[in-house]
Design a protein around this ligand. Structure first.
Ligand SMILES: *Cc1c(COP(=O)(O)O)cnc(C)c1O
Length: 340
């Protein structure tokens, strides 16, 4: 099947593809699940997902290699993270094999929509877990829907490897100190809509959130984790229980240490000490690595490497990560899963 994708100009937008996967949990167990052409969900008006935010999601990509093969990047980590999200929100867990099998089915069924190698485009997959059923009281749902849909995507932030600027949010937090910041749930995103809009209206790419207790340390970007390269060539990324544990971030920590020979660590990143860093970036599945040109704090606009060019270490990390994801560079054990 060949589909005209305009692969060079894909942004990050929903597109209704022919197939998605759906499975239902009822009476304590999951059904087998199946592909469907039906893109509309049917659920009770009293579903806890709608009223109390009992839901969680994931995001991962399928990559087309030079030979045309299709592959996934660490999908079991996404399955395990969705299980931790499920635990935090008292939802039924989706077993790892069921999750990975569902993702592969969706990739295969929509194979013609995976952008060609060399365009930078990928097939973005969105697994979603929601609590459903006739419950208006504040309780965990008796039933769940697990669905995986997909769409071809290009760059998440305009410009890809072109640095963009970010603004610190002082008036709004995305998560509470012991809330659901580490769970991939819609509620955190609902909290981020106002600061996100304010940032966009001032021409910033996105928001940098601070730790909700003291507002002195960087936590993360709205939909991606933060990292900096210190002037001593160390890879540093914040450590906090209210950050969403990014699989991309953990992959970069490993690659910085084992492939680039850098010291790589998680630790405090004080907003008052940005001059420690020669380069900075935002990382996540959707964002990949997005270089940060500068950060607007309360009283200054701090520029890192350059407002127009990606820094050399960020570029090497980007090349290593995407080289592995697209199959050009040998992957560490277990990082790549073929879709056959
Ligand atoms: C999904 C997500 C990320 C990125 O995680 P990856 O596993 O690297 O895709 C970062 N921050 C937030 C808030 C997220 O929801």
């Amino acid at each position: 099947m060949t589909v005209n994708l305009d692969s060079e100009n894909l942004g990050f937008a929903y597109r209704k593809l022919p197939y998605r996967y759906i499975s239902h949990y009822k009476d304590g167990k999951w059904d087998a699940g199946a592909l469907t052409e039906e893109a509309t969900l049917h659920l009770s008006e009293a579903s806890p997902a709608l009223h109390y935010g009992q839901q969680g999601f994931e995001g991962l990509k399928a990559y087309r290699t030079k030979s045309g093969a299709l592959q996934l990047f660490r999908p079991r980590m996404n399955a395990e993270r969705l299980q931790r999200t499920a635990l935090r929100l008292m939802m039924a867990e989706v077993p790892t094999d069921k999750f990975v099998d569902a993702v592969k089915q969706v990739v295969k069924a929509n194979e013609g929509y995976v952008p060609p190698f060399g365009t930078g485009g990928t097939l973005y997959l969105r697994p979603l877990l929601i609590g459903v059923g006739d419950v208006i009281g504040v309780h965990a749902a008796p039933e769940y829907i697990f669905t995986v849909f997909a769409m071809p995507v290009g760059n998440y932030f305009k410009g890809g490897l072109t640095p963009t600027n970010f603004v610190v949010s002082y008036d709004y937090d995305r998560a509470a100190p012991h809330g659901t910041g580490a769970a991939k749930v819609g509620g955190n995103y609902a909290a981020s809509l106002i600061p996100g809009e304010l940032a966009h209206s001032r021409n910033f790419s996105d928001v940098i959130y601070l730790d909700p207790t003291t507002h002195t340390k960087i936590e993360e970007v709205g939909s991606a984790n933060f990292f900096g390269i210190t002037k001593d060539n160390e890879f540093v990324t914040p450590l906090s229980p209210s950050i969403l544990p990014s699989i991309t971030k953990y992959s970069l920590l490993w690659l910085a240490e084992h492939r680039l020979g850098m010291k790589a660590l998680e630790g405090d990143v004080k907003i008052s000490e940005l001059e420690r860093f020669a380069e900075a970036g935002a990382c996540g599945t959707a964002a990949v690595i997005s270089p940060i040109a500068g950060i607007q704090t309360k009283d200054e606009y701090h520029v890192f490497y350059s407002e127009t060019e990606v820094g050399p270490v960020t570029k090497r990390l980007y090349d290593e990560l995407t080289g592995i994801q697209f199959g050009d560079i040998e992957a560490p054990d277990g990082w790549i899963e073929k879709v056959e």
